[in-house]
Design a binder for this molecule. Sequence first.
Ligand SMILES: Cc1cc2nc3c(=O)[nH]c(=O)nc-3n(C[C@H](O)[C@H](O)[C@H](O)COP(=O)(O)O)c2cc1C
Length: 229
Amino acid sequence: MDVLDALDSRFSCRAFRPDAVPERVVRDILRAASRAPSGGNLQPWHVHALTGEPLARLVEAVRERMAEMPRGEPGEYRVYPPDLKEPYAWRRFKAGEDLYATIGVAREDKAARGRQFRRNFELFGAPVGLFVYLDRTMGPPQWADCGMFLQSVMLAARAHGLHSCAQEAWAQWHSLVGGHLSPPPEHMLFCAIALGHMDAAAPVNRLRTERAAVDDFTRFSGFGEADRG
Ligand SMILES: Cc1cc2nc3c(=O)[nH]c(=O)nc-3n(C[C@H](O)[C@H](O)[C@H](O)COP(=O)(O)O)c2cc1C
């Protein structure tokens, strides 16, 4: 698959078919993604790849704990800045509204929104969960490196006909996840990636989020009039 097709066809898939993904494929994806660049070639990412029983046990454990702690554990990092400013606040709001619109959930229907959010902790039905950790000593540049690794995983997944969804939501269960995966104490959970075959019939998978135009986030200088695309 051409890299532009992979970029174009990747989206956050939120309903998967249960079909298994063989370890060989997961390894191929991770090997390809490990070519992602990182400052000083630190390669600061650490991955736990789960499927089958271990994943089912983790999903079940979160389901049980959610009954007592609906908001999860206190986070180890802030997902968004405290007062998200514009235009970011609007984009976040719009992505949420558009997501709930695909499944016909109204803004005021908090119960249905909660149900959809909790699907995060079933990995939206994906057969594989990749849990991505960073060493706690790492700073913003290495978190950015890790982001490149995540995108590389998600693009490599497309080359195998698979879809994915990055999931920061899992960070709200970092201790519980840690209890199942036993990472070294210096590792901190950034997010998970749900990986598998898309359920093409699921309405939630119709969502294609909007993007700002190139001219909204780029200032061009020194290019000739003639080569403008
Ligand atoms: C690091 C990261 C964490 C994310 N966490 C979640 C999550 O916990 N749950 C979820 O449904 N989507 C999550 N997303 C998906 C974003 O909402 C999504 O990428 C964004 O709305 C753009 O849509 P698209 O991926 O379909 O292009 C995450 C994306 C990234 C990159």
